[in-house]
Design a protein around this ligand. Sequence first.
Ligand SMILES: Cc1cc2nc3c(=O)[nH]c(=O)nc-3n(C[C@H](O)[C@H](O)[C@H](O)COP(=O)(O)OP(=O)(O)OC[C@H]3O[C@@H](n4cnc5c(N)ncnc54)[C@H](O)[C@@H]3O)c2cc1C
Length: 272
Amino acid sequence: MDQKDFIIDTQSEFFTKKFQVTLTKREPINHDSYMFRFDFKNQKERLGMQAVQHIKIYGLNMKGEIVDRAYTHVFEDDGYFLIPIKIYRPNVHPKFPNGGELTPWLEKLELHSELTIKRCVGKLLYHNNQFIVRPKLNKTWQQFNTVLLICGGSGITPAYQLIRAICSNPNDNTKMILLYANKTEQDIWLLKELNELSDKHKDQFTVHYTLDNFDENWKGLKGFVSLEMMTSIFPKATETTLGVQCGPKPMNKLVLSLYEQFGLKKDNIVKF
Ligand SMILES: Cc1cc2nc3c(=O)[nH]c(=O)nc-3n(C[C@H](O)[C@H](O)[C@H](O)COP(=O)(O)OP(=O)(O)OC[C@H]3O[C@@H](n4cnc5c(N)ncnc54)[C@H](O)[C@@H]3O)c2cc1C
């Protein structure tokens, strides 16, 4: 499909229609996260979305109100898809005694229950070597020579989808540098997959990990994302550098300002 034929109709039924899937598996990944498997009713169906579109999952908060949150699948096949989800449990963090709104419900949801989802357009679209930044407002395809990615914790999933899409396109030479921040080494998601991608695509994709808490054996970066850290691992920003980010709210605010200080154009900064 040619770029000009690829049009996203944000109002189409594909994006506006909600539908039901079944929770069929929930396997622990680490101390607070699971890989969720959701099955379609039709065993041939797929999400069928472009990179980097995601889904919304609808569920209930503690008060019984409907809430929705964004999630990005890391794998799909006929009839099902997989999403890693971090659970924000109550009574764990002193600042958040109630935990998150949706994820405690997802952790307790009985296997074989049905739940509602919807496909989302997202704030970045990638197709055939080109991007649309904020496709709801803008329809112009742009090429970027370099994509910088800064992610925190579970915010890695949309970045992983984009990195995979670019690496699997032999006509795309876009360089990608990922800075992935976590609390501890155990919190790092997709470590094996990210390292494999950077080994296989050495000239195209580099990954750097930083931790808040680490022991003496830790060889990666240390501490919160900072301008100094960015300067030490990212090439100088140019007109054709895109900066993407996904993490917890306070981190997103910080990273937005750091990207600007780093010299990125505001239009070239996007939160997934
Ligand atoms: C495009 C996109 C894709 C995403 N993909 C994924 C994905 O694939 N997988 C995934 O897990 N998430 C993903 N997220 C994040 C997801 O959308 C939710 O924000 C997340 O699951 C939290 O939802 P919640 O309703 O449980 O928590 P919320 O009510 O939204 O609160 C979460 C915030 O509350 C605080 N908090 C609450 N409880 C605790 C606690 N126990 N410990 C520490 N802090 C706490 C933290 O500040 C935390 O950031 C994605 C987000 C975006 C924007």
